[in-house]
Design a protein. Structure first.
Length: 59
């Protein structure tokens, strides 16, 4: 069962916090990639919830 989109389970919250920490380390304050990091984290959480890979078609 997938919970509400804005409600994270404790495991999901831990994954989100871990990934945000890694992204902050990699970004070193430039914030250029922050939108991409946010999308990456969202895609990881969706994949965890659904058990399906999140893929995008190349145009």
């Amino acid at each position: 069962m997938v919970s509400e989109p804005n409600t994270l389970t404790p495991s999901e919250a831990a994954v989100e916090q871990t990934l945000r920490g890694w992204c902050a380390e990699l970004d070193t304050g430039r914030k250029f990639w922050w939108g991409d990091w946010t999308n990456l984290i969202s895609d990881v959480l969706v994949a965890m919830r659904t058990g399906e890979s999140v893929v995008y078609d190349e145009d």
